[in-house]
Ligand binder design. Structure first.
Ligand code: SF4
Length: 82
């Protein structure tokens, strides 16, 4: 489960979010490229390659696509409130 207390500051407000990399090596985005390659309409990379949500999904199909990125993220760095 992505840590909701470590949300990337560039996430667009809404249910879906990405979490910051953790310098302690605990958790957070590792800039693996999966989500912003798989769903570039909704996820983007910052200057360090770390992901943030740039658009919140609204339709069922969009939500499904973003949910797939949650499932695909190797370090559980994408979360969904609610
Ligand atoms: S899939 Fe996860 S680790 Fe990879 S870039 Fe996206 S948020 Fe970061």
């Amino acid at each position: 489960m992505a840590n909701p207390k470590k949300k990337h500051e560039k996430n667009l407000a809404g249910a879906f979010y990405c979490t910051d990399p953790d310098d302690d090596g605990g958790e957070g985005c590792i800039a693996c490229n999966v989500c912003y390659s798989g769903a570039p309409e909704f996820f983007a990379e910052d200057d360090h390659g770390n992901a943030y949500v740039k658009k919140q999904p609204s339709t069922a199909k969009e939500i499904e696509l973003c949910q797939e990125q949650i499932d695909a993220c190797p370090v559980n760095s994408i979360g969904k409130d609610g």
